[in-house]
Structures are given as C-alpha cells and as structure tokens.
Design a protein around this ligand. Structure first.
Ligand code: LR7
Ligand code: MN
Length: 590
C-alpha cells in the first residue's frame, strides 16, 4: 500500500511537473522570443544613436494596409466598464460637492473634484471612423517618448493622461513618458507625484525646471531629454483614445520629416464628458487668420482627393499646438522651438511654417484621436517672464514668427490686423533667420500657393487701414468699446483706455474692425458682429472734415445718445457733436 502510495505519489508529482513546468517552459521560451524581438527592434534604434540613421534608411518602409478583419493593433476583448464617467460619459457631482467643485474650477479652470471621482483607467467612447479599426500597421514602429509638460495641473487629470497613454499604447513602442514640471508650486505635484510614478518602474520620468520657463521652452527641454526615436507631445489634461499611437507613428516611420497630429476630441471641463469636437465623417484642418488666431477649415477637395480612403491622413498647413508627434532628431535639427518665444502662443505657427517651408510636412491623422480638456479660462499667469517683456507677450511671439517666416506683403497683413505690433520689441531673431537660410527654406509665397492655398478664400488680403486707434467721441469723454463681448452684442461706450477692446480699424474698403470682429449697425444700434468669412468690405466711411462715421447702406451717421450713452445710427447732422468722432492712435508706452 505504502509503496503503491509512494509510487502513485511520484506519478502524481511527475504528472504535475508535466502539467505545470512544461507550459511554463513554453511560456518562457515564447516570452524570451518576444522579448528578443522587442529588444532587437529596440537595439536597431538605440544601439548607438549614430548608427540609428543608417539602419533607419535600410528599413523596409511598409505602408499601413486596410484589411478585412480587425487591424493588428486593435484592442481585442475589451470588457465594458461601469462607474463614474465610464465610456466618456458626463459625471455629475452630488449637490453637496458644489462648493468644492466651484473652488476647483477657480483654481484649475476645470472641475478637479469631478475628475477625482473618475477612474484613472476609465473607458472613453470610440470616436473614430469605422474604417479605422481595419488598418494593419508595421510592427516595428519607432520607439516613442511621450512628453507632457505641466504647470500647476490637477493631479488626477495629469495622471489620467499618463494612465491612458500606458493603457492604450503598444508596450514595445512606448519607450518612456517624460513629465516636465514647469516650476509648479502645488505640494501634491512634488513628493506625492514622485511616489505615485514609482509604480511605473522607470517608464515614467519626472524632470523639473529650476524656474518658470513657459510651455514652449519646457517642451524643447523635454525633447532634449527624450531618448525615443519619436517624441509625442501632449497637454497635461488629455485622454488618448483606442489605438491612438500606431496611426500617428506610421507616416513618420516611412518619412522622418512628417509631423503627425491626432484629431482632438473635447473633454468638458465641468463634467469630463468626452465628445468629438466635430460630428460626422467630414475632416477639418488647421489654418490661421491675419491676426494669427488659430482657425480650422474643412479640408479642401484637392487634398481630400489625394487619398484613397477617408480614414487616411491628410495634409494641414498648421496645427493647434498641443498634441503632435515628430521624429526627435528632426525636431532638434529644426532648432526645436525658437527659444525667444515666451510662455504661451505662436509656437504652433512657428513649427508649422518651419516644417513646411524647410522641406517637411504636417499630416492630420483621422484614426488617431485624443481628448483634451478645454478650460473655461487660463488658470495661471505668465510669471516673471511676462514682467521682463513689456507689452502683450503673445503678440510679441507672433511678431517674431511672422518676421522670421512671412514675406513683405504678408507681414503687412499682420500689421494691418494688429497695428500695435509694429511698436513691439520682439528681441533678436538673427538666429532664426540664419537657420532659415542654412536649411535652405522656401518662401512664404510658396507655402501660401502650395500648402495654405485655402487661407485667402476665408481670410482675404487685407486692404490698408485708413484710420486706426481708439474711436473717441468729440462730445463726451469716452470711446467705443467691444467690452470683451462675444458677438452678436451691442457695442459699448466707456472711458478711453486704449486697450485691445477699443482698438478700432477702418480699412480702405469700409470695414470697421475690432480685433477679429466687425462693427455693424441695424435698427437696434451699433453692433459687434462676426465678420463675414471671405470678405474685407464694410458699410462705413469716415469724413475727416465733418468727423462723421457714415453708414452707407442706411445713409446715417454713428451717434451717441447724450444721456443714455447708447450708440445708434441717426440722421446725419453737421452741428451735432454727438455724431463726431476722432480716431486717436494709441502709442503704447511700453
Ligand atoms: O507656463 C506654462 N508652462 C506649462 O508647462 C504654461 C502652460 N504649461 C503647460 C500646461 O500645464 C499644459 O500642459 O503647457 C500645456 C499647454 O498649456 P494650456 O493647456 O494652458 O494651453 P491651451 O490648451 O490653452 O492652448 C493651446 O495653445 C498653447 C500655446 O500656443 C499650446 O500649444 C497648447 O498645447 C495648446 N493646446 C492644444 O493645442 C490643445 C487643443 C486646443 C485647441 C485648439
Ligand atoms: Mn491645454
């Protein structure tokens, strides 16, 4: 009995060995095989930076392929998740949290209390075109460093950005995530953050600026520190969607001078609801107006027709700025961002013009979608950097960019739209001009003719300003003012302050403008209106002798009501000082 017991025990153990160890051995062999494959791919790119270029050239440039079944990188067997904000649904806080929510909104420009109740791993709705699920991408895509710069962001929002990247990117492609702290002063972004990222075992790195650098220089620093072949920039309040990364990398894999941009979805700053910005299967691309405000416009037919499938990438003149992928070495060869650009704004144009004019291209990728929290307002100030530079810092950035990349006629459009920019000190741009020369970059006219050929349809050449400045009443001490209102709204009349809201321009075609808006008139009064796209004409003329502002269609004059100080059109009266106006040039004293 005992013998047989021992025997049967042995047999049992032997069987156990086979049952447990063999599969283990099999798994191990497989793993090391896989591991070797990943390592080979890794070494091909990182076994010394100098070599990597040669290898890069000799690599077969496989194009993505549309297939019958699910694409090779598509997630499989996704389990539905339940809970706050899952599926990208809005999450509404209980009424007793209203105060916390309001405080968070004030502090961060978004409802961090709401975000805190949503899982780090929440699901979002798949906003892609159906076709996107059926692309096969090359397996050995370039390794990627995701760079997230942040200044005083909400902890849970920042970390959900990180988790979504880890959860939804192929492991063998995601080389690292670099968090660059632009001198935040919130306590939880220091020790707590350091501890939190330990769970990622080195995949997530934190570097910190010793002083506030602004997002532009901070991104350049991140690029410098990155060791992946491609860098992807994300804002610190994003959630990447399903299979977002391979479609972004595929065009760069074939051509290192392509920069790619995901389609940006919206995440509501109050409820964290995830929704597409544009519904349907129509595509949009980035352009600009002459005051350098970023605009989007439908993709022209000429560009649509270059592609066989609607889910394929398309070319775009510019991009919004925050979210994009680019070969790291290529970005640095282009000089990264102009280091003279301060804090915020204009860097998206600088990079766009530089890439296109110097031989590269920008593609927007419909199958790559990333959600971004659009905030209610900007929750931070520009710090010391803004104090050093007098005058509106963003306009100074624009001026550097247009002085470097525009030609004379197009620069004139910018100065017509932003008359004060002529007086701003943009600093030294000789390095930027030298770079443009060294890289043998094409002219702005080439860019307008071949890339941004749809801009002039929407934002035509600007006729010169006949008059500009504050529009002062002769009868009463005050000026026309758009009051920071959104059109349609009545124009206001307040103390003259010479600010942007009072800077009026009357062009040679009769259009009266204030920033990107137009001043019009009807029976209700003088109104702030959206300028009709594609036109630069208007109903106004100014007579320097009578000081009247005449509305041609109504054959009436702009008048101020002596008591209510309301603005309206009235029958022209040469003896009425309340119909007399003076354009007074504002000379900035900064
Ligand atoms: O001083 C700063 N230092 C920083 O590190 C100021 C900001 N930042 C960080 C900040 O924490 C965030 O992660 O930089 C990132 C971008 O700043 P945001 O989110 O305040 O910018 P934005 O989303 O309002 O504005 C858009 O334009 C910017 C400046 O030109 C940047 O390019 C942003 O990345 C860009 N955002 C997008 O493109 C997302 C889509 C929005 C649109 C259209
Ligand atoms: Mn942002």
């Amino acid at each position: 009995m005992r013998v047989s017991n021992i025997r049967s025990g042995r047999i049992f153990r032997l069987a156990l060995c086979f049952l447990v160890i063999l599969p283990l051995l099999y798994l191990l062999a497989n793993w090391s095989d896989n591991h070797k494959r990943v390592q080979r791919a890794y070494h091909a790119r990182f076994g010394g930076r100098k070599q990597s270029h040669q290898r890069l050239e000799s690599r077969p440039r496989e194009a993505p392929k549309l297939v019958e079944g699910l694409g090779n990188f598509e997630p499989r067997n996704l389990r539905p998740r339940h809970g706050a904000g899952e599926n990208g649904d809005a999450h509404i806080l209980w009424p007793n949290k209203t105060n916390v929510a309001d405080a968070a909104e004030m502090e961060y420009g978004m409802n961090i209390a709401c975000s805190d109740e949503i899982s780090m791993h929440r699901s979002v709705r798949d906003t892609r075109l159906e076709e996107c699920k059926h692309w096969n991408y090359p397996y050995d895509l370039p390794t990627t460093s995701v760079i997230i710069v942040f200044h005083n962001e909400g902890f849970s929002v920042l970390m959900r950005t990180v988790h979504s990247v880890i959860d939804r990117s192929p492991k063998h492609v995601l080389h690292e995530i670099i968090l660059v702290d632009d001198y935040s002063d919130k306590e939880n972004l220091r020790t707590k953050l350091d501890h939190y990222v330990q769970q990622f075992q080195g995949l997530v790195k934190i570097i910190r600026n010793k002083e506030r650098e602004g997002l532009i220089r901070t991104r350049s620093r991140g690029a410098m520190e990155a060791t992946g072949e491609v860098i992807v920039f994300l804002d610190a309040h994003c959630e990447v969607n399903l299979n977002w990364l391979p479609p972004l990398l595929a065009p760069i894999y074939r051509d290192r001078t392509v920069m790619t941009v995901p389609i940006i979805d919206g995440i509501d700053h109050k409820t964290f609801e995830y929704t597409p910005v544009y519904e349907g299967d129509k595509h949009f691309r980035g352009i600009f107006e002459w005051g350098m405000l970023y605009k989007e416009n439908d993709v022209p037919r000429r560009e649509q027709q270059r592609r066989a499938h609607n889910s394929e990438p398309y070319r775009s003149p510019t991009h919004a700025g925050g979210l994009f992928a680019i070969n790291r070495d290529y970005f640095l060869e282009l000089g990264a961002y102009d280091p003279g650009l301060l804090v915020w704004g204009g860097e998206n144009f600088e990079l766009s013009f530089k890439i296109w004019q110097c031989g590269g291209s920008i593609e927007w990728v419909p199958c790559s979608r990333v959600g971004h929290v659009y905030r209610g307002f900007m929750p931070y100030n520009f710090g010391k950097l803004a104090e050093k530079k007098k005058g509106p810092l963003i306009t100074i950035n624009y001026k550097r960019v247009i002085e470097t990349w525009f030609d004379a006629p197009h620069k004139e459009f910018f100065y017509t739209r932003e008359p004060l920019a002529r007086y701003l000190d943009m600093g030294d741009i000789s390095e930027q001009l030298a770079l443009k020369k060294r890289l043998n970059c094409k002219s702005f006219q080439w860019f307008m003719d071949n890339v941004a050929y749809d801009v002039l349809d929407k934002f035509p050449a600007l006729p010169a300003n006949l008059h500009w400045g504050e529009l002062r009443s002769v009868a009463s001490d005050g000026c026309l003012d758009s009051m920071s209102n959104e059109p349609p709204a009545l124009m206001g009349f307040t103390y003259c302050q010479g600010t942007g809201n009072q800077l009026m321009r009357l062009n040679a075609e009769g259009q009266l403008g204030v920033d990107e808006r137009c001043v019009e008139a009807d029976r209700q009064g003088i109104k702030l209106a959206v300028c009709r796209l594609g036109t630069v004409t208007g109903p106004w003329s100014y007579d320097e002798h009578s000081k009247h502002l005449l509305h041609h269609r109504h054959r009436k004059c702009m008048a101020l009501h002596p008591e209510t100080l309301q603005l309206s059109l009235a029958r022209c009266d040469a003896n009425n000082a309340y119909q007399q106006w003076l354009f007074k040039k504002i000379r900035p004293d900064w």
